[in-house]
Design a protein around this ligand. Sequence first.
Ligand SMILES: NC(=O)c1ccc[n+]([C@@H]2O[C@H](COP(=O)([O-])OP(=O)(O)OC[C@H]3O[C@@H](n4cnc5c(N)ncnc54)[C@H](O)[C@@H]3O)[C@@H](O)[C@H]2O)c1
Length: 255
Amino acid sequence: MGDPVNQSIANQVVIVTGAAQGIGECVARHLARQGATLALADIQGDKVASVQTSLSQTGVNAKSYYVDIADTTVVKAAIASILHDFGRIDALVNVAGLDAPPGLAWEITEDDWRRVIDVDLNGQWWMIQAVLPHMMAQRSGKIVTISSISARRPFPDHTPAYAAAKAGLIGLTNSLATQLEAYGILVNCILPGMIGTGTDINMTQEEKDQYQQTFPLGIVGPEPVASAVSYLLAESGDWISGTAMNVSGGGIRGI
Ligand SMILES: NC(=O)c1ccc[n+]([C@@H]2O[C@H](COP(=O)([O-])OP(=O)(O)OC[C@H]3O[C@@H](n4cnc5c(N)ncnc54)[C@H](O)[C@@H]3O)[C@@H](O)[C@H]2O)c1
């Protein structure tokens, strides 16, 4: 609370996927405090509706949408509804993602492998593909994809499918940035480190010490990712496209 309204964000209709919980919910609440109008999308329809209700009760202009980002029919229908409801789309923040249970590449089931790639890579593209005709026609737009430092540094808690999808997103972001700059559309990617979203409360002291060795800047929760999104969407991001922004508390360096 207490963030000043940012006029360059307050003018925008922003889609946030994965907004039912975690980083996506944090991004939505952060942008709401800065005055954005929000289209909140998630496969957990009831949960994202309750996030929307709590925001609307504080005067935020927001609507929620059931979306499975891996289903192109559902995605296209949701984007049509959002355009019908708000008349425009200025930004898309692709947060929704998942992983299969941790495991060795050769032990992951075909279904798990396909679902991770379908949601974490293909799903982000289907969302982008669906908003592009509108953004290209209006000759402006900002797109932020959420990758992970797992794209750059392997973690045993994550499957190789997840690392592959998240690395693919960086390539997708760079390629789209190149092709879309002439249309005034900026595309960037954020690589979060391991974010405290509540489960860290139960960490033992030993686990906290281990965490601190990997992420020297400590456990701070999802707010730095939300701030990075807001930096890119606001006027401050108007000269930034094709970046992979490292928001990892020191978890990776040099990119
Ligand atoms: N939490 C971390 O430490 C961390 C680190 C790096 C990257 N990330 C990435 O950040 C994003 C959010 O992570 P989180 O920790 O908040 O995860 P989370 O599991 O708490 O939230 C993910 C949200 O995405 C939604 N979702 C999943 N599949 C979907 C689909 N097919 N269609 C629409 N919505 C779907 C879920 O319902 C959920 O609300 C993910 O892309 C994740 O890979 C997270």
